[in-house]
Write a protein that binds this ligand. Sequence first.
Ligand SMILES: NC(=O)c1ccc[n+]([C@@H]2O[C@H](COP(=O)([O-])OP(=O)(O)OC[C@H]3O[C@@H](n4cnc5c(N)ncnc54)[C@H](OP(=O)(O)O)[C@@H]3O)[C@@H](O)[C@H]2O)c1
Length: 277
Amino acid sequence: MNGSSAPMAGVLGWPVRHSLSPRLHGHWLKRYDLPGSYEHLPVPPELFEGYVRALATNGYAGANVTLPHKEAALALCDEVDPAARAIGAVNTLIFRDGRIEGQNSDAFGFLESLRQDLPAWKPSTGPAVVLGAGGAARAIVFALKSAGVSEIRVVNRSAARAERLVADFGSSVTARPWTAAGLVDTCLLVNATSLGMAGQPPLELDLQSLPSTAAVADIVYQPLRTELLSRASAAGHATMDGLGMLLHQARPGFEAWFSHRPEVDAALRAAVLEGLT
Ligand SMILES: NC(=O)c1ccc[n+]([C@@H]2O[C@H](COP(=O)([O-])OP(=O)(O)OC[C@H]3O[C@@H](n4cnc5c(N)ncnc54)[C@H](OP(=O)(O)O)[C@@H]3O)[C@@H](O)[C@H]2O)c1
């Protein structure tokens, strides 16, 4: 804690040293010449709730939450936004008037990234296929559904997890096996699994039946240019990498804590990319 009245925030995780959030928020604080600080806040699961409550009563404006605390954060909030409730996880805490508010900004981040990086894609264009049924996939399904995509197909290794997601999101969302992903009339394909990430197995999906007009997004950002995106790009698809989602999801928290609406631009992208190498 910095002993001044300047707003303080940070990212809660265990481990958390790898988090790029301090670099990202630090860039904005400097760029907008704002008083305030943002730091890594390592805390093990068994101390999480007490630690958050101590931050809230010790002058912190709020915090981001990363693995493994996102569900625990949801449980301790006095109120949560509809996205966090539907996704089942909180990634942004705001301490206001003695209360703890929880938000999930991943869906917002994904939609803003689509708006910036794939401006030609429109929710009404047609069906979307989402690969994955974990936390990130839930955020993406929530985002696409709230944007008005009328049909979302979820393809996941574990069928039971996909079925749980489908049950939570209603009839416009269906589960498909990998072998019948239903790419033939797809307008947007999103990888929300960890496949293709550095150190993980490759993502093996034949793109041949994907219409050439379909856009392909990968939320993996290490590496930034995944093999899926390279193949999609070579086949003429418009593509979007995972960095935009990471940068845009940080905006609501920053605005709430430091009272300034930040922008995602080339300078921020370059600053965060430096931390990825
Ligand atoms: N760009 C961003 O801002 C952003 C934000 C959040 C997450 N991400 C990235 O998104 C990815 C997923 O994150 P998450 O939080 O959703 O993780 P998660 O909850 O652990 O889910 C992992 C997903 O990947 C699938 N998967 C993992 N290994 C697999 C394998 N060998 N074969 C087939 N499927 C496999 C899982 O399938 P099962 O259900 O069958 O296990 C599940 O659908 C990570 O790479 C993460 O870095 C990016």
